[in-house]
Design a protein around this ligand. Structure first.
Ligand code: GRF
Length: 207
């Protein structure tokens, strides 16, 4: 089994290898894939892994001919057992993943994942963190009467959406916004921001 790569020097022969984890429809995954296909992101998706066997992200990944894995966890809803996390680490290492990208993955990660990929697990969240961690952050922003919200890419730590923030994009809340419309505009911003941040890892800009 190979350790996670620590060498950040990349070239067209040695692109950043991504492991994408998602539980849902996979629109951020699709944005990352499109950025790679269009030459805006010098990376390769080495593995797509889900905890939901019929998740849209898996269907998209299979349609793109990418390797997929499923690790279901019946015992817990919001995290994996240590045993399942160990399996996930092994799969990501077997795929020689350099950067773990959470794209709508609905479980919190602990050890052994955090220890296996220090500062190499990132997440995107639909608010300007540290405001509104947790579920349906766009609804929280609306309910709080915010005039600006947005999305954040951050390193993953033991907490809920609490890791160091890497980058943010702002999205104005418009008069009469519905949760759905606001969420859709935040997702557009996510689809722009996430590939840009991953490109910074690909260029070795984020130690
Ligand atoms: C995104 O809105 C992201 O902010 C949150 O989960 C959602 C995933 O959506 N963490 P998708 O599966 O990428 O469409």
């Amino acid at each position: 089994m190979l350790p996670a790569q620590e060498d950040d020097s990349r070239s067209p022969m040695n692109p950043l290898r991504l492991g994408v984890l998602g539980s849902g429809k996979g629109s951020n995954f699709r944005a990352i894939l499109e950025a790679i296909q269009e030459g805006r992101l010098d990376a390769r998706i080495a593995l797509v892994c889900s905890d939901v066997s019929d998740a849209g992200i898996l269907q998209l990944a299979r349609a793109a001919g990418l390797e997929t894995q499923i690790i279901e966890e019946a015992r817990f809803k919001t995290r994996l057992s240590r045993e399942c996390e160990g399996k996930l680490v092994a799969q990501l290492r077997d795929a020689q993943v350099d950067l773990v990208v959470l794209a709508g993955y609905m479980r919190m990660l602990k050890d052994p994942m955090l220890a296996a990929f220090p500062r190499r697990i990132i997440n995107i969240h639909p608010s300007l963190l540290p405001k509104f961690p947790g579920l349906e952050a766009w609804r929280q922003a609306l309910a709080a009467g915010e005039s600006i919200t947005g999305c954040s890419v951050h390193f993953v730590d033991e907490g809920m959406d609490s890791g160091e923030i890497i980058a943010q994009a702002r999205v104005p809340v418009l008069p009469g916004d519905s949760p759905e419309r606001l969420h859709a505009r935040i997702q557009e911003a996510e689809h722009q921001l996430y590939p840009e941040v991953i490109a910074r890892f690909a260029h070795g800009e984020l130690p």
